[in-house]
Write a protein that binds this ligand. Structure first.
Ligand code: AKB
Length: 343
């Protein structure tokens, strides 16, 4: 098979590093990376070229490349986006718009559909109050699309832009000979947890922060209440999900945006699991009003039936396997933690 040319934006982030490693391990990909920061050691040798700088201002440079697939991971996450709203809009919306324009142009000009794979988020949902959140439980893709955050608004709008450029761009789908359009595919990720990296700027960050702190014997003050419940996923499942969605034949896809989830858990349950594994862990709860409000607006769980049906999505890690077979063994190796207590 001919080598596929791939662009990964936001390559230095958590998903970016893990995805770059996974694609490099697969062979057959020529990987170009982009990020504001220089590449970390973990992936430096895997990228044939790294474009450092703001995507919005560097976009012209990418018109010379023949990308088959664009993974647009660069984003300002939900907590950060609430303190720098205009900057978040520029990064999240203008960056996406620029890449969609590039992919649309190349798809049409070279009659080869460029795939744009986009990690959206549970932040596109907006539950009006806690009572509704608890009553509703799992939400389907088209329900509660009323985000409370700048980040959620940005992600939801970009989903719509992606659908527009894939189906209706310039209303050219009505032409007798419609042009080749780009192929936009998105998943709405829950909170992600990696054993190797710690997130920053998000609001689901309390989960990974708590676990990494416990493993290192550091005290942790959790910024949401114990009863706060949202869904999470292990990073290897998030990468598997992006690769499955990329590989899925178009005729299997009944939509362009899919929910995906692995397990739904409260902050208190995270604390209990952390204490069982690391009995000396010092975890307290000191809710931050604004960050609490953000997670309270996210659903407890999402219904990912359509991803399961259309392209065979299934997470490898439920909550028990996540702790026992992924997070704890890996984190113990990483921090050299001695305890080996069962969960
Ligand atoms: C965030 O907390 O902003 C992200 C997300 C759920 O999209 N992790």
């Amino acid at each position: 098979m001919a080598e596929r040319s791939v662009l990964i934006t936001g390559a230095c982030g958590e998903i970016g590093q893990a995805l770059t490693q996974a694609l490099a391990a697969r062979d057959g990909y020529r990987i170009v990376t982009a990020d504001l920061a220089p590449l970390p050691d973990s992936i430096r040798s895997l990228s044939v070229e790294h474009v450092q700088g703001d995507l919005v201002y560097r976009i012209k440079q990418f018109y010379d490349y023949d990308f088959d697939i664009i993974y647009h991971l660069a984003a300002s996450l939900s907590s950060k986006a609430e303190v720098a709203t205009e900057e978040a809009h520029r990064i999240n919306v203008e960056g996406t718009m620029q890449l969609l324009m590039l992919a649309a142009y190349r798809s049409e000009k070279y009659r080869k559909s460029v795939k744009v794979i986009f990690p959206s988020s549970i932040a596109v949902y907006g539950m009006p109050d806690l009572e509704t959140k608890r009553r509703v439980g799992r939400v389907k893709e088209e329900e509660w699309n009323t985000p409370h955050t700048m980040y959620g608004c940005n992600k939801l709008y970009c989903e719509h832009l992606g659908i527009y450029y894939s189906r209706y761009y310039g209303q050219r789908h009505l032409d007798p000979n419609p042009p080749v359009m780009l192929d936009f595919r998105a998943v709405r990720f829950p909170g992600l947890i990696s054993a190797y990296t710690v997130p920053s700027g998000g609001t689901s960050d309390y989960g990974p922060e708590m676990l990494h702190a416990a493993a290192q014997g550091k005290p942790y003050a959790c910024f949401v209440r114990e009863d706060t419940k949202i869904s999470f996923m292990a990073m290897p499942d998030a990468i598997k999900c992006l690769l499955m969605l990329t590989d899925a034949p178009s005729e299997r896809l009944s939509r362009r945006v899919y929910n995906v989830t692995a397990f739904s858990i409260t902050a208190g349950e995270f604390r209990d699991r952390a204490l069982r594994a690391f009995p000396g862990a010092k975890i307290t709860f000191e809710p931050n009003l604004r960050r609490q409000g953000i997670v309270d607006s996210w659903p407890e769980d999402v219904d990912d039936e359509r991803a399961r049906r259309d392209w065979g999505w299934r997470p490898d890690y439920d909550v028990d396997r996540f702790f026992e077979e992924y997070f704890l063994p890996e984190i113990r190796k990483r921090y050299g933690t001695a305890e080996q207590l069962p969960l």
